[in-house]
Design a protein around this ligand. Structure first.
Ligand code: DX5
Ligand code: ZN
Length: 235
């Protein structure tokens, strides 16, 4: 099982390129380039057209992606009744499985099910959902994902109130489960990544800011440079 980039300690900042923005006609090459560029996790967005209005990628693309990378594949399920899919995503190559608290009545049980499959468990909430949803399950989570946009589409603008949510979540995390990584997804770019990381994010997901005409390697390098400027020395 792939758990994490071995060279990174608990508080290292991680970059997770989001494949949603990649050129799917060159999937294998794009995945290999994201890994060679120094991406830490590959973020994989699954949308069902019900929980979010959009449809995206699923199992056949995960299977293809798995063949081209040894990085952890970080599956973000934007689907109703996510429990139906945990096992098949685990078997097809997911290393982390993150579900939305709003998509199930049984968040705690969902986390247990993901752990029983031997995978890292993540939970996320929409920007309009109270942050308190995290509290009862924080001790059991490997990843707490804070959405920086309303899920469903790449290329949206980061919602500024997310920063305060990150600061609050970090204090709860430090108190209740220091091993849990805080992840941010949506609207992360080179201009705001430093601010977002300082507010408490350990894992920065970025789609359109990494898969664009400037080049994946170039963009990941610029992200890494921004993170290395953080004063706490943990980048
Ligand atoms: C949004 C997805 C994100 C998306 C981010 O619903 O969950 O992972 O790929 O895209 P950017 O970085 O372009 O906002
Ligand atoms: Zn995502």
């Amino acid at each position: 099982m792939i758990l994490d980039t071995p060279s990174r300690n608990l508080r290292s900042k991680r970059i997770a390129p989001s494949l949603l923005a990649c050129d799917f006609s060159e999937l294998g090459a794009q995945v290999r380039e994201a890994q060679a560029a120094g991406g830490d996790w590959l973020h994989f967005d699954v949308m069902d057209g019900h929980f979010v209005p959009n449809l995206s990628i699923g199992l056949p693309i995960l299977e293809a992606t798995r063949k081209h990378t040894t990085l952890p594949i970080d599956v973000h399920l934007m689907v109703q009744n996510p429990e139906r899919y945990f096992e098949v995503f685990a078997k097809t190559g997911a290393d982390h499985i993150t579900f939305h608290a709003e998509s199930t009545a049984h968040a705690h049980s969902a986390i247990q099910q993901i752990h029983l499959l031997g995978k890292k468990a993540g939970m996320t909430i929409n920007p309009g959902t109270p942050l308190e949803f995290f509290k009862p399950v924080l001790a059991d989570l490997d990843v707490a994902l804070v959405m920086g946009v309303n899920p469903g589409f790449g290329g949206q603008k980061f919602i500024p109130q997310t920063l305060e949510r990150l600061r609050q979540l970090r204090t709860w995390r430090d108190d209740l489960n220091p091993n849990c990584l805080i992840q941010v997804d949506g609207g992360v770019n080179l201009e705001n990544v430093g601010m977002i990381a300082r507010a408490g994010a350990d894992v920065l997901v970025a789609g359109s800011a990494i898969f664009n005409s400037a080049g994946i390697a170039h963009n990941v390098n610029l992200f890494r440079n921004q993170l290395s400027k953080l004063s706490d020395g943990n980048a």
